[in-house]
Design a protein around this ligand. Structure first.
Ligand SMILES: NC(=O)c1ccc[n+]([C@@H]2O[C@H](COP(=O)([O-])OP(=O)(O)OC[C@H]3O[C@@H](n4cnc5c(N)ncnc54)[C@H](OP(=O)(O)O)[C@@H]3O)[C@@H](O)[C@H]2O)c1
Length: 263
């Protein structure tokens, strides 16, 4: 599929990762549509990127952004607080997928290393892991072709630390940079490349970098991963520590709605 020019909606385009995604997608030859809630925050995005105004918490504001797109890269995030985690980190995924109105799109979703860690202080305070993970689950349930990238700590890498390592099982859960580090630019590159990679389809992985040079080709890295099991809500090898029986009713209802072929 490489070389295929897509119209890519970047969700979180004004954020610290989203800005790199916009640049990288243009670099890879795609047309970019940047979802922004405040045009003033988008003045320094490349002029070739189309800006579309929308707020992830207001579903009706997302229709125009979702028209005519081939792909979506989600890099959005809330600024803390349980309500914002639900409304933005999870609700943003739900509302943009809903705005597709049943049309298909290739999706790359960025969440976080440690997203399955429920008992750490960070998740107990913010519930951000849980809500990001519910966003992952909704995407898997949707049946859309996807790749889910769980990056380590942004830009904590040393200058010579660019050799990409893709992990599965989400077993690094210290909650600090010892779990893994990665440059923002490399996260963006992996997200955008995944959109045109058959080998990246239905794959979920943690993304970190070790000392050494960046690999020239990403395909072998994607190809070496196990795909998520068909029909499973969690990633392959994830801990089964979020039983549906304990999930909020509204989450179960939305999972059921998104799992319906004609949603
Ligand atoms: N820092 C790390 O090491 C690390 C590691 C792994 C994962 N993460 C996760 O990565 C995520 C993104 O990080 P980042 O540094 O790129 O965050 P960021 O710079 O704060 O960017 C967040 C983006 O989301 C957008 N956004 C927030 N609420 C919105 C809404 N209601 N409607 C539309 N857009 C909205 C923001 O738009 P505005 O510009 O309008 O605010 C911005 O574009 C975070 O959620 C974090 O949990 C971080």
């Amino acid at each position: 599929m490489s070389g295929h020019r897509l119209t890519v909606l970047v969700v979180g385009a004004t954020g610290s990762i989203g800005r790199h995604v916009v640049t990288e997608a243009l670099h890879q030859g795609h047309a970019v549509r940047a979802l922004v809630r405040d045009l003033e925050r988008a003045t320094d995005l490349p002029s070739e990127a189309q800006r579309v105004v929308g707020d992830l918490t207001q579903p009706e504001s997302l229709s125009a952004a979702a028209q005519g797109i081939d792909a979506i890269v989600f890099t959005h995030g809330s600024d803390g607080g349980k309500a914002a985690a639900e409304q933005v980190d999870y609700g943003g995924v739900r509302n943009v997928l809903q705005a597709l109105g049943g049309r298909s799109a290739r999706v790359a979703l960025m969440t976080s290393i440690g997203v399955t860690n429920r008992q750490g202080d960070y998740n107990r305070t913010t519930q951000i892991h849980d809500w990001k993970r519910r966003g992952e689950r909704l995407l898997r349930a949707s049946g859309l072709p996807y790749t889910i990238v769980r990056p380590g700590w942004f830009d904590y890498n040393a200058p010579d630390q660019h050799r990409l390592v893709l992990l599965q099982g989400d077993t690094r859960q210290a909650g600090d940079p010892s779990d893994g580090v990665i440059s923002r630019q490399q996260i963006a590159k992996v997200l955008v490349h995944s959109l045109t990679s058959d080998a990246a389809r239905a794959k979920t992985f943690e993304l970190v970098a070790e000392r050494g040079a960046a690999q020239k080709e990403l395909e072998p890295l994607f190809a070496a991963l196990q795909p998520d099991a068909a029909g499973a809500l969690d990633a392959v090898r994830d801990s089964a520590n979020m039983p549906l029986a304990d999930e909020p009713t509204r989450v179960l209802e939305e999972l059921a709605r998104f799992s319906t072929p004609k949603r």
